[in-house]
Design a protein around this ligand. Structure first.
Ligand code: ASN
Length: 503
């Protein structure tokens, strides 16, 4: 065995896949090593649930499959690779909470499609990852159970809502994880923790078994330490699913092959030759932190060196994405969350007078303040007399925001900008001002409302030595192009290899 145990946790998905294929290490050994790490780093708060015996049994089964030559999907690229799932995906063999007290101890009778597909590819799940309650938040501060500490600086937040997912990858507890992104929940925590994450086009990954927050926006995606690792995971996670009415009917895709596909006219030194990257002027406002702007510019300069050309574009309704999202998402949430009523599953108040009283007490006890706030906003904007003024207007603007992107994509192939206006903030900052957190979603919300694919790719460090990600947005179904650009950047630079000290 040439891979030492000390460096096992530094291996990404692709490298680990190669080490497993060459039998330099077994899945059992890696899984054991990572379980020990998850336990020694428990104070980071990444995991809500770890199941050692299940993980070790799955690892052993993967090793047996390999020994028998049953590599399965994708030539066994993911066979025996450990990962963990955001606790918003339901799992048959582990509890699922969505970060909420209302689902404490909930056990699903089935696996989410994304979970089932990754299981089928031979991955080994270590457990379930902490997140903001029902994925509502930008700091993981809304988890009903515990906060997540950013491994780069434990006084800071990891971002949200996939905060446990992001921190687990950054802290080298697992090489990759699943996340979900409704308004930035994959991209923003990836940026805050120096990892790579992709939210595919809406409909590429099945939402079946993904606990619904805002169904017209929710989308699953992988988070890992490189674009290559994300491509491998996305290939296994995605694809048509008849159990999700919004799932896109298209054949399974090999995003890894798409990532490697050379551009026409590209050279070894200039793999991105001819790629036009649009910079929306609204994504570079005067108020953008200098450190974030600097890191993003640094990333853009590298992309230019690789042959890309930068063009000015405009997304004139960028600012409107905030009110539009914070009307549509709560509206859908208020409807989706009505199912948590104490009748069929989840928490039920211990004492009540009648059915209505049971509903009221169950929901008052089970939901946290941010979830209650959004249910109230959502019920308000959908109510008679306000529907036309708020919800309908927001829907119209949503269409205009999507149209603006199509205008911009006439002048460019990809769009780039910051993921968030600042680096990760300190725990407790902005706690009493939810609107401040909403405003910080400004650069991720437009792409979400349009249903476009987007990535966060590390481009250096900002204030306090905290990571900064560049956001790359593609047109519909251009995941391959996004991953290709991100991979080219990562082949030429080392930003994605930077790791938090002392972990
Ligand atoms: N869920 C997300 O994508 C995060 C967004 N900040 C929200 O709270 O809605």
């Amino acid at each position: 065995m040439t891979t030492t145990t000390a460096s096992l946790h530094d291996l990404g998905v692709a490298d680990l896949g190669r080490a497993l294929a060459a039998k330099r290490v077994s899945s059992f050994e890696v899984t054991q090593h990572l379980l020990a790490r998850a336990s020694s780093q428990a104070a980071l708060g990444c995991f809500l649930h770890v199941d050692e015996s299940l993980a070790l049994a799955a690892a052993r089964a993967a090793d047996e499959r390999r020994a028998a030559g049953e590599l399965g999907a994708m030539g066994g690229a993911l066979l025996g690779v450990p990962l963990a799932h955001k606790d918003i995906f339901v799992t048959q063999d582990m509890p699922t909470t969505a970060g909420s007290k209302i689902l404490a101890n909930y056990q699903s009778p089935f696996d989410a499609t994304v979970v089932a597909r990754l299981k089928q590819a031979g991955t080994v799940s270590l457990g379930k990852l902490n997140c903001d309650e029902f994925a509502m938040g930008s700091a993981n501060a809304n988890s009903a159970f515990k906060p997540v500490l950013n491994p780069w600086d434990q006084e800071r937040v990891p971002g949200g809502s996939s905060g446990g997912s992001a921190a687990a990858v950054a802290a080298r507890l697992v090489p990759a994880v699943t996340g979900t992104d409704t308004g930035g929940s994959i991209r923003q925590p990836a940026s805050f923790t120096g990892i790579t994450g992709i939210k595919p086009t809406y409909g590429v990954c099945s939402r079946f078994g993904m606990i619904a927050f805002a169904s017209s926006l929710d989308q699953a995606g992988p988070m890992a330490r490189s674009a290559e690792d994300c491509a491998l995971l996305l290939s296994a996670m995605s694809g048509f699913d008849e159990r999700d009415a919004t799932s896109i009917q298209q054949p399974p895709q090999d995003f890894h092959a798409q990532m490697l596909q050379a551009r026409e006219g590209a050279t070894a030194a200039q793999p991105l030759k001819g790629l036009r990257i649009g910079l929306p002027r609204e994504f570079f406002p005067a108020a953008l932190s200098a450190d974030v702007a600097g890191a993003v510019r640094q990333g853009l300069a590298e992309l230019e060196k690789l042959g890309a050309t930068l063009v000015d574009v405009s997304l004139p309704r960028t600012e409107l994405a905030i009110p539009v999202y914070y009307i549509i998402a709560p509206a859908e949430a208020s409807s989706n969350l009505s199912r948590f009523d104490g009748v069929k599953f989840g928490h039920r108040a211990a004492q009540f007078d009648d059915l209505l009283d049971m509903y009221k007490k169950t929901r008052a006890e089970g939901f946290g303040p941010e979830v209650k706030r959004r249910i109230m906003i959502g019920s308000y904007v959908l109510s008679h007399g306000y529907y036309d003024a708020y919800y309908l207007q927001a829907q119209k603007l949503r269409r205009m925001i999507a149209d603006d992107f199509q205008q911009a994509f006439q002048q460019c192939d990809l769009i780039a900008g910051p993921v968030a206006p600042t680096v990760a903030w300190k725990h407790g900052e902005g706690k009493d001002d939810p609107v401040k957190a909403y405003l910080a979603d400004i650069f991720t919300l437009p792409g979400s409302l349009a249903g476009l694919p987007g990535m966060s790719v590390p481009v250096g460090l900002g204030e306090g030595g905290m990571p900064v990600g560049i956001q790359l947005l593609g047109n519909y179904f251009k995941e391959g192009q996004l991953l290709h650009a991100a991979h080219a950047l990562q082949q030429a630079t080392d930003w994605h290899r930077a790791a938090p000290a002392g972990i």
